[in-house]
Design a protein around this ligand. Sequence first.
Ligand code: NOJ
Length: 783
Amino acid sequence: MTYAPYRDPSLPVEQRVADLLARLTLEEKAGQLTQYFYFAQTVEIPEGFDLSTLPPEHLAYVTQPRQVEAALDAGAAGSLLFVSDAATANRLQRRALDGGRHGIPLMFGFDVIHGLRTVFPVPIAQAASWDPDAIEAGQRVAAREARAAGIHWAFAPMIDIARDPRWGRIIEGAGEDPVLGGAVAAAQVRGFQGAGTAGVGAESILAGPKHFAGYGAALGGRDYDDSDISDSELWNLYLPPFKAAIDAGAANIMSAYMDLNGVPASGNRWLLTDVLRDAFGFDGFVVSDANAVRSLETQHFARDLTDAAARAVDAGLDMEMCMFDPAFSRLPQAVADGLVSEAVLDEAVRRVLAAKFRLGLFENPWADEDAAAAVLGAAAHRDLARVAAEKSLVLLKNGPSTGSPSTSSPSTSSGTGTGTGNLLPLDPDTLGSVAVIGQLAASKRDILGPWVFDHDTAEAVSILEGLRARLGDGVRVTHADGAGIPARVFASMFDRMDPTVVNTPDDYDDEAAIAAAVDLAAASDVAIVVVGQRQNQIGENASSATLELPGRQLEQLQRVVETGTPVVLVVMSGRPLDLRWADAHVPAILQAWYPGTKGGDAVASALVGDVSPAGRLPFTWPRHVGQVPMVYNHYRTFQPEAQHQRYWEEESTPLYPFGHGLGYATFTYAGLRLDRPSIAVGDTAAVSVEVTNASDRAADEVVQLYVHQRYGTSTRPVRELKGFRRITLAAGETRTVTFELGPDQLRYWSAVPRDWVQDATGVDVWVGGSSAAKLGTVLEVTA
Ligand code: NOJ
């Protein structure tokens, strides 16, 4: 082989890129900018089978892998997605290396959202841990497993701010707040890429924060619908997590599907160039969401697919993710027609090639097939997944078991509470029998949540299994499926990818199942009722019109409570559900999310008090779907004293505030102080508070700092989170926690100057355990 500078690892990446770029034809450049889905063929097509006998929609899918392989042979693809097996990755890599003229390796991307084989809690649950270090550690595990499987790049983290829980994808993000969202985004980028290594380590992968930007504001919470967001909300709420991810070194960004203020995000030059590159300094590559470039035509923005390709690249989008017939294959034509310049195309190719050089793919494009098995699903990974799950659980309510309005009361208070008078934690030493109720309680698939593809369902620990293991032979643990969770009205596109997905059969006998569950509860010391939505009822293409518990789960809960047996409610969901009745009548409620591979063990640890739950809500929990969007950081408006009376038939306050979560210890806050009463604009003050664990057990607390600006250039929200810290305090321990309040926290984007401002003003400051914190002081900011 003759010497080629691009093959020389001793040269700087820029020089290698320039050398290779100069050798490429327009067609080869378009190929590098094309990413295909590749689903390995599961059914062999018999030799001689007449494909023309298949209906066109099936034919397309059956032949798609062959089309991709043909593209590899022709050097017309730069990347593939959905390959997550080292042997397949190597087979396809060989084809690509042999197919093109220059031996340019493929880059493999995948939806590594909350783990690969070892499944961590869903992202909203991880955000609920308010523990960036734990989140980073989780994504390091995911990166290690992914890299071993031949994956170079995760389409994660999803960092869309979501303020409407009907939107299914709320489960993939960090909720409604930009400061929590930014911290969680940065932690995930560090986890995937390895701090400072830009994804080049042997156990690292590139991070691809998505979906840029404003996807979470989809109208009506309906997936893919358009977003209309004011500039002020964009800069102050929706964009900051992306800035945080880019500052943490994210190598890739994925564009969004929807129209943002009338311009599709994937063809939006203001978003992809003015904001992303010029304002935020992003120097990685941008990939489209799946088929989003073709969708520029579908959405009636582009005239045709050539126009779509040209306008996407011109806007700043570098790589097209697609299933069939890439719009980007028309880029040579678009250049010839003068729709886009070759220089713009070159810039995109440069960014994509630079990522491949940095990943070291020209030196080693192969996955180690022998090593993969040992890395995937290592026991140490599962241990970390369990810790992550324990940290994510949110105890929404905990009161005395006698608080429920039981009519007849055969139950005994034995076995419940551990001296605090509250139902939780349960005391296994005095418990005789526990009824575990609910289809979700025994489901090994639902506990993993959506957005997993490489899991081993058998490895998952259900809540029932976790309880049985923890309570041991001394406690009789029985289970009833009870109320059937009705299936979706149309199938999830993900169901067919996983034979272990559970849906309630049409002929399920709800009446009999509920009666059996109620009988079981009546005959037990405690009933643990698990309610919620199945994993395919949230996520992509899984928005909900309602927040009600599906099916007859509420009626079943009411009948169980009526038995007088103390009830612990465990909620499995990725969004807030309507818990008004439960909150009024059930003594203890634990939000379990979809806690992952070791989820059942984690839930059991929390219920018996091996750990004190310390997760906090990353969103406001509304009472009723009609209240949404409902957020804690709304504005102070006319008649603020009647904020709770905006609806005549229902409180217009949340059921649980943002940042809320209980535990088994009591924390007190005292001595809130500023290191100076007044600062000039641009200066920084320190806010300190003494936090005491006033209980007799060690526990975690999430200390939260909120501010409100009293007057200024624009109005500002009633409260805004500006700092938080999850701390562990021993029994009786007191710790001083200090936060900074300076320009980073106090400036905001104002529609008056259409720029960032920091006002001379008075700033209310509160510190406490939720957004309802009462301990406050005032900081004066002078000009
Ligand atoms: C569409 C989703 O919106 C995106 O988040 C995902 O990464 C791609 N499909 C690839 O699966």
